[in-house]
Design a protein around this ligand. Sequence first.
Ligand code: AMP
Ligand code: TRP
Length: 326
Amino acid sequence: MKQRKEKTIFSAIQPTGNITIGNYFGAIKNWVQLQPDFNCIFSLADLHAITVRKDPEEFKQKALEAYALLLACEINVEKSLLFIQSQVNTHCQLAWMLSCCTEFGELARMTQFKDKSSSHSDNVNCGLFSYPVLMLSDILLYRADFVPVGQDQKQHLELTRTVAERFNFLYGPTFTVPEPYIKRGAKIKSLRDPTKKMSKSDPDLNSRIELLDSPDKIMKKIKRAVTDPENHVKYGENKDGINNLMTIYSCTTGKTLDEIEKEFDGIGYGEFKTTVAEALIEHLAPIQKNYSKIIKDKGYIKNCYKDSAEEALNISNETLNEVKKK
Ligand code: AMP
Ligand code: TRP
């Protein structure tokens, strides 16, 4: 991280499944745009991912691919840190200490825990329960001022603030109390059920567009996206499918919803879908091109994550040592 800016941003993403346009427009694109103005520290949260059992070889490969894809999206390791969580030991160490400052009841109230423990009732492990303690340790180690995430992570950030304030109160000022940085808008929905968010773990592949989908696949998935019988491109109630396609088109072209309604006045869904798919294909082309170059150069990828992990260790060790002393 070359330049020290006044404020620091921390965020992370799990290297599970293939990154979707939901992750991209909801999170990663914001990260890229924040780089010129903040000290940016980003992480691939592989330790968070193992609350669900993984095939070891496949998991390793996915982490490498996710890392390369973040580089291809223009997370710039000259300006920002992009490290793999398990390579920086301070995270688990702080997590243990801070788990002693977190109440059982606070963790039991987390909606993500409640949802995931009911949807994976065959493997409700302690990691799933204490997941937020590792997450708040990720953030507090770097004294982050802002944490850009989607709406779904807001409750975990509130807990981060509570635990930071509790520690500061008990042992004296130590942690920066971070603010969530939640961008309104770009919440991308499933193409098959546009009342649900687009998710990289949805078993239906047609529900999502992955950043590395071929043009042909993108066209087919958009063509099959659920709409409504109206055949009128307009943002509104009971039009979740069209609202979602308009949001995707707006994210790719920068056009407003009003402009989009005007552009497609009198034009049917068939032609609208083709235009959305073409815009998306064009938008993703440079990322896909970067990715295919980067993924061939394992040496480069390794250098990037090793350098970032080393610097992350230096920064986070300072915080960890201060906490240990206290
Ligand atoms: P996850 O896929 O749960 O690892 O999420 C990684 C990041 O992407 C988080 O900041 C999420 O809030 C964000 N995200 C995930 N899915 C979507 C979506 N469909 N629309 C917008 N943001 C999303
Ligand atoms: N829990 C986050 C998610 O599923 C990923 C994550 C782990 C994270 N550690 C973090 C996000 C720290 C922000 C800050 O999306």
